[in-house]
Ligand binder design. Structure first.
Ligand SMILES: C[S@@+](CC[C@H](N)C(=O)[O-])C[C@H]1O[C@@H](n2cnc3c(N)ncnc32)[C@H](O)[C@@H]1O
Length: 279
């Protein structure tokens, strides 16, 4: 799609440099443009807008995702001047403001994988919810479940509240604004059958909070991390080693998978961990 849109304005080699470095979220495209091609950003934006019909806005990712809220700086290039859009997946719709919150369409398959695991009557705690994407998909797939959903970023929290209404899961997805360490201590100790930790950069620092949120008899934690692997190495081994050094309660790894590549030799990995005295 990208190739066809750009073949009249860039060489094959230039297109190869851009390949894989774009996200389409609703009617907005975010593209990373490597330094040597920056002087062509206007013609790239025009070609994308002209040739990719659903796209109304072209933004350039100017910095990597960073900070507590996991946000990236975006430069407006062409089309409607906006950062808010609506994104649809698996029967859910999410309003997102790409300048103010984290959102990745690349986690769609992973969200659905977790959603299918939730059983009748489960209580889930999503520690790092963003605009509500994991939580809402879980609640829509399993109507007899409750998903307590926490985020520190007020903009993410406000969008989560809107998305809960949009997706008609009021009362089943329960929003909390604040630091998960504080929220769990105050309100969610020992409530969860399942805990989600979708903050790979820091999940290891909050593993004690995940344990605190679980019911006394244990439950499942979906633990996300970034793992480095040299050529031929298995990134999952590195992730397990990191976890084993910190998780001091009886546990068993039920499932593990590479979710996606996040950089050269770096992968996002998820470990599904069962925790509890009977494990
Ligand atoms: C990588 S994003 C994940 C968002 C969401 N799960 C998704 O996939 O779209 C991590 C989120 O965690 C939030 N966050 C970071 N530190 C936090 C903390 N200590 N307590 C609660 N939320 C936190 C950020 O604001 C951000 O929205």
């Amino acid at each position: 799609m990208l190739k066809r849109a750009l073949e009249k304005v860039l060489t094959t080699d230039e297109i190869r440099q851009l390949y894989g470095s774009f996200d389409i979220i609703g009617d907005i495209i975010i593209i990373k443009i490597p330094e040597p091609l920056l002087d062509k950003k206007s013609i790239i934006a025009k070609a994308l807008l002209d040739r990719m019909k659903p796209i109304k806005t072209v933004l350039r990712q100017a910095t990597p995702v960073s900070g507590e809220y996991r946000i990236r700086d975006l430069e407006y290039l062409l089309g409607e001047e906006k950062t808010i859009t609506f994104y649809k997946e698996y029967g859910c719709i999410f309003k997102v403001d790409l300048a103010k919150v984290y959102f990745s369409p690349r986690l769609s398959t992973e969200r659905f994988r977790i959603a299918k695991k939730v059983e009748v009557g489960e209580t889930v705690v999503n520690m790092f919810t963003g605009v509500g994407s994991f939580s809402i998909m879980l609640a829509k797939n399993q109507s007899d479940s409750k998903v307590y959903s926490i985020d520190l970023n007020p903009d993410a929290y406000n969008l989560m509240v809107e998305n809960i209404r949009l997706n008609k899961v009021v009362g089943r997805v329960v929003p909390f604004l604040g630091d998960v360490r504080f929220v769990v201590k105050e309100s969610l100790r020992g409530v969860a059958d399942r805990v989600l930790m979708p903050l790979p950069e820091k999940a290891i620092d909050y593993i004690d909070v995940a344990i605190e949120a679980l019911k006394l008899e244990g439950g499942v934690i979906h633990y996300y991390t970034h793992a480095h692997a040299s050529k031929g190495e298995d990134p999952i081994k590195g992730a397990v080693k990191e976890l084993e050094a910190s998780l001091k309660v009886p546990h068993k790894i039920l499932e593990s998978r590479v979710v996606r590549e996040v950089g050269p030799r770096w992968n996002q990995v998820v470990l599904d961990i069962q925790v509890g005295l009977k494990v």
